[in-house]
Design a protein around this ligand. Structure first.
Ligand code: GLU
Length: 465
């Protein structure tokens, strides 16, 4: 064994000189919509490349023709675009068969690989001619940026198959040929590929190519530490987009999933991330996906949206049933928007508020139950008296000056004198029909003079009955 290790040192092809321009690749297989974990790998590649002024290759690994689908490729491209993760060059492995064939023929000619007639694994009655790599059965060691030195005895791999036929290269061969042809200097990928790396290095060396720097990133795990999958909820970026998450929030969250900036800063724009990102700060263990933390980030970004943008997005997320209510208008929605934003973490939460009837009263007169109008044991006559007084007092405020502040000013003295609960509770309840809602001044400001007085009048009529 010792001897083998020493021999290995002689064989090691030096890692690509660091003064070469950085070239990375994101290499998704289009067998599903863009997965959270793949998006995070794309982000790490993106940050690393942009930080070093490098080039980003997007390579669709669609050699598995039974599982690869165009619709998934479309989703991957669209989702990456939505996240603002751009690339500089684009390839599809399915269009590169002749490149793989050229290298297969060369390896065969150089006796580094050979054609082998053997029974097909799927149908032993049929004989096929596969291409096998001549394995020198060495210990392969490589330096991983995240894991440190990793060694494998490649003896057990034997002369492994690199192509099913001259025109059908296997995944491992295609990946290595592409990385070599595309001048990839840094392979930043999931650590589920660590066990493939010795194979890749053997192929690389047979091709006489320099070794890229490897950084195997620990996978994203579910809270129970298993592989993140459908049963843990949404795994595709598309689903988060459809729920109304903001791309900036997802990017920020994904960047901190398994990487830390070494400070307590949590909110980063993409350009700040480019500046701060460093492979040496990537954690060595799996990163746990935490939906609550993602919601926290989204809430932070929602709060920071320019009002016009927030309004447009709320408009999109608002169910038609709300837009059909009698008092719905863009103007009213604009006034409700800041309150609404306070109550959600993501736009899909709006549907929940609607289900709990928390939004309807802004756009239609609420039903008011007389027994709920009264504050503690105040009697009905007193409540009606307070409501009537409020109507008169508010009637004196000129329409143009009717705001939350002028309403407060107009009635606060009276409320203090008569008991704030006794006056402000029925006022608030009359306006919202809810035991919990924003305070009556805020509500008056939203409804305006006419509607505020109309709601107070209606409630006072109810209690008078
Ligand atoms: N296509 C592979 C995957 O989706 C990635 C291969 C690589 O990064 O080397 O997992």
């Amino acid at each position: 064994m010792k001897l083998l290790e020493e021999l290995e040192q002689l064989f090691v092809t030096p890692a690509l000189a660091t003064n070469r321009k950085v070239v990375v690749r994101t290499a998704p297989s289009p067998t599903g919509n863009l997965h959270i974990g793949t998006a995070r790998l794309a982000l790490f590649n993106y940050l690393f490349a942009r930080k070093h002024g490098g080039k980003i290759i997007l390579r669709i690994e669609d050699t598995d023709t039974t599982r690869s689908k165009k619709e998934f490729e479309d989703d991957i491209l669209e989702s990456l675009r939505w996240l603002s993760l751009s690339h500089d060059e684009f390839y599809r492995q399915s269009e590169r068969g002749s490149v793989y064939q050229k290298h297969l023929l060369r390896l065969i000619k150089e006796k580094k690989a050979y054609l082998s007639r053997e029974p097909s694994q799927s149908n032993p009655a049929v004989e096929i001619e596969v291409v096998r790599l001549r394995n020198q059965n060495r210990i392969i060691s490589f330096e991983d940026e995240i894991r440190g030195t990793i060694s494998f005895d490649t003896m057990e791999l034997g002369d492994f198959v690199i192509a099913r036929s001259l025109s059908d290269a296997l995944y491992h061969f295609a990946v290595v040929v592409d990385d070599v042809e595309m001048g990839v200097t840094h392979v930043i990928r999931g650590d589920d590929h660590i066990s493939n790396t010795p194979r890749h290095i053997l192929i690389q060396e047979a091709l006489g190519a320099p070794r890229p720097v490897y950084a195997h990133i620990p996978l994203v795990l579910a809270p129970d530490h298993s592989k993140l999958s459908k049963r843990h909820g949404a795994t595709a970026i598309r689903e988060y987009r459809e729920q109304g998450f903001l791309p900036e929030a997802l990017i920020n969250y994904l960047a901190l999933l398994g990487w830390n900036p070494g400070t307590t800063q949590e909110l980063f724009t993409l350009s700040e991330l480019i500046k701060e990102f460093d492979l040496s700060q990537v954690h060595k263990s799996g990163a746990i996906f935490d939906i609550e933390k993602l919601r926290w980030f989204n809430r932070e970004y929602l709060r920071r949206l320019p009002p016009a943008e927030a309004l447009a997005l709320i408009g999109n997320a608002l169910p038609e049933a709300i837009k059909a209510l009698p008092h719905f208008s863009e103007e009213r929605l604009q006034k409700v928007a800041p309150l609404l934003i306070e109550r959600i973490a993501v736009f899909s939460d709006i549907a929940k508020l609607v289900k709990e009837e928390e939004l309807q009263y802004f756009f239609e007169r609420p039903a008011v139950a007389p027994e709920d109008l009264a504050w503690k044991d105040t009697n009905a006559a007193t409540i009606a008296e307070h409501l009537q007084y409020l109507c008169e007092k508010l009637g004196d405020i000129p329409e143009k000056m009717f705001t939350q502040d002028t309403v407060r000013e107009a009635i606060f003295g009276y409320a203090t004198e008569k008991g704030r609960g006794a006056v402000l509770w029925p006022m608030r309840y009359a306006l919202s029909g809810k035991k919990q809602s924003p305070d009556p001044f805020v509500l008056s400001g939203i409804f305006g003079k006419e509607e505020t007085i109309a709601r107070l009048t209606a409630a006072s009529a109810t209690i008078a009955k």
